[in-house]
Design a protein around this ligand. Structure first.
Ligand SMILES: [Zn+2]
Ligand SMILES: [Zn+2]
Length: 242
């Protein structure tokens, strides 16, 4: 056993690897991933779902959810892994605020396993994370969307750019706002600072959660206004549609 393996072994005993969902300890010889018990129980998005935003819907005879039917979305299509509820909600909180950056690789793998085919067929040539306001990112130490984007980029061998799109408004958390306030909150919140990077590109925007879609929509609009060709998105979790 080399020094590296030995020190990793000791670290595993002091800080055991845990399933990112149920926090159960994973045996030392096993890879860190979502445990089998959780995989079986997690609310994976299944059909019927909205053909645009991918929110699960109850009625299989309709093509688009209420939101996509009634509101203009600047992206072509999006994909999400889980419904934003229960254990997923709690796990995403730990990923975002408790420095569990290693969750990003595990979650990105879920996106790739489920949507590799769709992303490849869309011929995405650039991945862009939803940016955080610079002061917020400094305070938190990282941007969870950036971690997801960078890992997807590695898995799929598609370039990722963390700097071409910036957040120029310190937006309030969307969850405390009314529908109208939400739209205004994200309006003109993003700016492309390197248009040559996004020009004529088919871009995949990455984020952790899609609820109203205002954030991703606002990013998509700004990217298109700056010369991007088509916009898609992927998120780990999404709200239910109707
Ligand atoms: Zn688990
Ligand atoms: Zn929809």
């Amino acid at each position: 056993m080399g020094i590296k393996e030995l020190s990793e072994g000791i670290l595993d005993i002091i800080y055991p690897k845990r399933c990112p969902i149920c926090m159960d300890i994973i045996p030392i010889d096993k890879e860190v991933k979502i445990c089998e018990t959780c995989i079986e129980k997690l609310p994976y998005i299944t059909d019927p779902r909205c053909k645009k935003c991918s929110k699960p819907i109850d009625d299989e005879t309709i093509k688009y959810c209420y939101d996509c039917t009634n509101n203009e979305h600047y992206y072509n299509k999006g994909w999400a892994v889980w419904l934003y509820e229960g254990n997923i909600k709690k796990s995403l909180q730990r990923f975002k605020y408790n420095n569990n950056k290693n969750y990003g690789r595990i979650f990105a793998k879920e996106v790739v396993t489920l949507y590799n085919k769709e992303i490849t067929e869309a011929k995405i040539d650039l991945i862009v994370p939803v940016p955080l306001y610079i002061k917020k990112q400094k305070k938190r130490g990282y941007n969870q969307a950036q971690i997801i984007a960078n890992n997807i980029s590695k898995y799929l061998d598609i370039p990722c750019n963390n700097d071409c799109l910036v957040r120029i408004k310190d937006t309030k958390p969307q969850k405390n706002l009314s529908d109208k306030e939400r739209i205004n909150n994200t309006k003109k919140a993003f700016k492309v600072v390197m248009s040559s990077v996004v020009m004529d590109k088919k871009i995949l925007i990455c984020d952790d959660i899609y609820t109203t879609g205002n954030t991703i929509n606002s990013c998509a609009k700004e990217l298109l206004n700056s010369g991007a060709k088509e916009i898609y998105f992927c998120t780990l979790a999404i709200g239910k549609g109707f």
